[in-house]
Design a protein around this ligand. Sequence first.
Ligand code: R5P
Length: 218
Amino acid sequence: MTQDEMKKAAAQAALEYVESGMVVGIGTGSTANHFIDLLSSMKGKIDGTVASSIASEERLKSHGIPVMDLNDAGQLSLYVDGADESDKHLNLIKGGGGALTREKIVAGASEKFICIADDSKLVDVMGKFPLPVEVIPMARSYIAREIVKMGGQPQLREGFTTDNGNIILDVHGLEIFEPVKMEDEFNRLPGVVTVGLFARRPADVLILGATEGVKVID
Ligand SMILES: O=C[C@H](O)[C@H](O)[C@H](O)COP(=O)(O)O
């Protein structure tokens, strides 16, 4: 099985959590794209979706799947999204595609968060994947200096602007032993919009595609 086939297998397994009449929160990235493509077979049964990025919104619409504004949707039953890394407690690093802020909002507004990934994403200690931080452009240098004081090596994601008009600093060299504490430390810095650590709102279920089949951790 290729890595992409594992992602698709995880996305297929997540479809089982979708029930008639639900409004489903939809993540961003290659694994979420598989989920969107598979969800099109159920588009007549669900009440709609809320997208976490412009890219996902466009893909949903291209399948004729209705997309709602989060402000009109109320609390969502389900959120399905990928991740860049997960630990065994289902704390996540997200934002490799730069969609972390809207993803964190939609995840926060959802009762259940199903994370779908291939099994290479499950790690003992997070941080090998550079931690994305969305930053207001005028705060770029200040936040970069603060990150260095915290022991990280920030790198500007060149030529990239988020859906919210901000920049991303990818932080290398971290070993994340206390994810909640680190999420709070980043959130305290004025100018940080969102850090891609999902520890205060981790996933509820992790579905991993693997060569030997799909594994579910909850
Ligand atoms: O901003 C992007 C998201 O957080 C993605 O969920 C994450 O980067 C994983 O993407 P992929 O499913 O392409 O590995």
